[in-house]
Design a protein around this ligand. Structure first.
Ligand code: HXC
Length: 257
């Protein structure tokens, strides 16, 4: 597929997707969604790929859902199209995706970063849910995911006032896993993704499934789910190899990676 709003490359076993609508600060329109879904689904289906990185530009990861595309829509349009529901498909990508965020991650941009498995932020990153300033509210998961990341008080503050968080506050609040200099952002994210891609892919995907499950179920059910998945890792050749390599003091050579 020829993409117009994203750039898609592979770096070894890592799929790198770069949002590329510079004139609109990477605002997320229907075409971006369709292309992101096509690219992530292709990487999911590609046995040569073990993890992905999603990034934007130095100025903006993404400045939100495309306001100009939404502006004239009616309630009936939104309801019948089930507008934004396609992002749920993005969030169900099975291989890990690291969001590498520099500059603005606002509204849908912040929500997209939170749909990824973890966020590495450049020191220039700014996160916000400014929908309230447009007379609307978050619609791609902001009120739910941000609350789980940073707690009620900060989520309310962000969504009700529309103020932005800088990278230091985002790290302090648990929104991002780490902050790196802007010049090193993509390389750092690629390095982490390459590390993940070097592990056993089924084990990696089970980790993702188990951590995600913690958001959707009770602790008792989540613990049971984790334990059953853990048991199933003993059906993997990679479990035998990983544990043998430890005992023999050598590096594991995983087969399923
Ligand atoms: C469409 C956008 C856009 C957006 C920026 N642009 N954000 N177009 N949708 N979300 C366009 C501008 O219109 C402009 O196009 C170009 O990108 C450059 O933006 P500027 O505003 O000139 O840049 P700057 O002055 O540097 O300001 C950067 C900014 C500002 C602070 C990020 O662009 C901004 O506030 N953007 C909107 C942020 C926002 O409200 N996001 C939430 C969207 S709603 P032209 O053609 O004029 O050069 C959302 C969730 C929706 O995401 C869920 C509920 C419906």
């Amino acid at each position: 597929m020829a993409y117009e709003t994203i750039l898609v490359e592979t770096r070894g076993k890592v799929g790198l997707i770069t949002l590329n609508r510079p004139k609109a600060l990477n605002a997320l329109n229907s075409q971006v969604l369709a292309e992101l879904l096509a690219a992530t689904q292709a990487f999911d289906a590609n046995p040569q790929i073990g993890a992905m990185v999603l990034t934007g530009s130095d100025k903006a990861f993404a400045a939100g859902a495309d306001i100009k595309e939404m502006q004239s829509k009616t309630y009936v349009d939104m309801y019948l199209e089930d507008f934004f529901s396609g992002w749920e498909t993005f969030a169900r990508t099975r291989k890990p995706i690291i969001a590498a965020v520099a500059g603005y991650a606002l509204g849908g941009g912040c929500e997209l970063a939170m749909m990824c498995d973890f966020i590495i932020a450049a020191d220039t990153a700014r996160f916000g849910q400014p929908e309230i300033t447009l007379g609307v509210m978050p619609g791609m998961g902001g009120s739910q995911r941000l609350t789980r990341f940073v707690g009620k008080s900060k989520a309310m503050d962000m969504c009700l006032t529309g103020r932005m968080m800088d990278a230091a506050e985002a790290e302090r609040s648990g929104l991002v896993s780490r902050v790196v200099p802007a010049t090193e952002l993509v390389e750092e994210a690629l390095k982490s993704a390459a590390k993940i891609a070097d592990f056993s892919l089924p084990a990696v995907m089970m980790v993702k499934e188990a951590v995600d499950r913690s958001y959707e179920t009770t602790l008792a059910e989540g613990l049971r789910f984790e334990r059953r998945l853990f048991h199933s890792t003993f059906a993997l050749e990679d479990q035998k190899e990983g544990m043998a390599a430890f005992s023999q003091k050598r590096t594991a050579n995983f087969r399923n990676r």
